[in-house]
Design a protein around this ligand. Sequence first.
Ligand code: GRF
Length: 221
Amino acid sequence: MEKKKVSLVILISGGGSNLQAIIDAIENNKLDAEIKTVISNKVSATGLDRAASADIESHVVDHQQFPNRRSFDRAMMNIIDPLKPDLVILAGFMRILSDEFIDHYQHCLINIHPSLLPKYKGLNTHQLAIDNHDAVHGASVHYVSHELDSGPVVIQAEVPVLDSDDKNSLASRVLEQEHKIYPMVIQMVAEGRLTFDGNQLNLDNKQLTKPLLWKNNKLSV
Ligand code: GRF
């Protein structure tokens, strides 16, 4: 019998390397998921080409064509809702979402952010880690709540900051780890191991009170 697949809608704005990591994990049978559609707010996003190459349907919802955030978000909801996805995945999606959108998908809206949250919400995280002489930097996968880059964190990938790092070298090492932890979290949902009721995160029927840690290619609780 075929395993149950978790169904995904993936929102992107740019390169879509996290989208690609999810596509690759599915193709390599490491992730029991199905991407129902990809939505980009930018027509130029190269992630759209990645979706096309994998034969995945995509939509452009250009935020510039809408008078306000609410109407833009509603246009996305009109695409997403008929598909009834198990998860809405923000993968390099660079728009702030309305409260209405966040409330609507509260139990199933996941984001990846390139910092060890709650440190460095917003943009320019890699430069901030360097400027502040942090010994470690990284990425977080979290359920989305109203405040920007907030909400319960499922996993963090730690990456050492090297003396020789500039923001680009650090960003590319962090991105490498993002590509590992995002499919990992989605697979936990697919296996029914990870649940979120809008309030509490549970992993393997126990409350997850602090993020899982992914470090040196090993997962620890
Ligand atoms: C990633 O660091 C992601 O976490 C951030 O945007 C960067 C690019 O992501 N939000 P992608 O290549 O478009 O997936």
